[in-house]
Design a protein around this ligand. Structure first.
Ligand code: C5J
Length: 219
C-alpha cells in the first residue's frame, strides 16, 4: 500500500506493519493522575480518544497487529530511577497513593489503558519503565517475531514517549509513521514542533499523516 504522508508518500506492506499505541493510560489522560499532578490540562489528551479508536479499529480490521504500551513501574519501584521519581515538585510522585491508586504503578487503576481503547484479549501490552518503549522491554523481540518493518504510532505524549519511541524505532531500522490526530501533547507548540522535526530533512525520524489517510490506505 502507498500511504499519502509528509514529507512524501510511504510505501508499506500491511503484512509487515504494526500499530503501537503509546501510554493511553488513565494516569495521563484522566484528572487525578500523574499528568494532572504535574499541573497539566488533561482534556487535550482526552480529545484524541475517538480518532485513536478509529485507527485501532481500522488496523484490527486490516489484520495489522495492535501493540499497546503503558509507562509504569514495579510496586517496589526497583525499576524507577530516583532521578526520575524525585525530580521537580509535583503534587504526586511516582508510587504515591492518588485518586486512581499508586501513581504509575503496574496493576493500579491509573496505569490501565482508558476503557475506550482497551486492548482486546490476545493483543500485546508492553509495560515500560522508560519513555521509550524499546528500553528495558521485549518489544524488539516481539516485532522481530512478527516480521514487522513499518510501525504506525499513536498515543501520548507526542514529544515525550511517542517521539522517544519513534527515534528508538528509527535507529533499529523501522519506517515509522505518526498518526497526527491520534497523538497529543499537553503543550500544543511541542506537538507542532515534534511533527515538524520528525518529518524534517527527508523523514529523518519518520512520516506523519492523519488517521483517515491511514485508514484509506488500509481499506
Ligand atoms: C510522560 C509519556 N509524558 N507517556 N510520559 O511522562 O509521554
Amino acid at each position: 500500500m502507498i500511504i499519502d504522508a509528509q514529507p512524501f508518500a510511504l510505501e508499506a506492506d500491511p503484512a509487515t506493519t504494526a500499530l503501537i499505541v503509546i501510554d493511553m493510560q488513565r494516569d495521563f489522560v484522566e484528572p487525578g493522575g500523574f499528568g494532572a499532578s504535574l499541573g497539566n490540562d488533561v482534556t487535550r489528551l482526552q480529545a484524541i480518544i475517538p480518532a485513536t479508536a478509529r485507527l485501532i479499529a481500522g488496523c484490527r480490521a486490516a489484520g495489522v497487529p495492535v501493540i499497546h504500551t503503558r509507562e509504569c513501574h514495579a510496586p517496589d519501584l526497583s525499576d524507577c530511577p530516583p532521578a526520575k521519581r524525585l525530580r521537580g515538585a509535583p503534587s504526586l510522585r511516582i508510587g504515591d497513593p492518588g485518586p486512581m491508586g499508586r501513581v504509575l504503578i503496574a496493576g493500579e487503576p491509573g496505569a490501565e489503558i482508558v476503557a475506550e481503547l482497551a486492548p482486546l484479549p490476545g493483543e500485546t501490552v508492553i509495560d515500560k519503565p522508560g519513555k521509550g518503549a524499546f528500553y528495558a522491554t521485549n518489544l524488539s523481540d516481539h516485532l522481530a517475531a512478527l516480521g514487522t518493518r513499518t510501525l504506525i504510532f499513536a498515543g501520548v505524549t507526542t514529544e515525550v514517549c511517542v517521539q522517544t519511541t519513534m527515534r528508538e524505532a528509527n535507529d533499529r531500522g523501522f519506517d515509522s509513521l505518526l498518526a497526527e490526530d491520534a497523538t497529543e501533547s499537553y503543550f500544543p507548540e511541542f506537538k507542532a514542533a515534534t511533527l515538524a522535526m520528525i518529518r524534517a530533512q527527508g523523514a529523518i525520524v519518520g512520516w506523519t499523516t492523519p488517521v483517515e489517510t491511514i485508514l484509506t490506505a488500509l481499506a
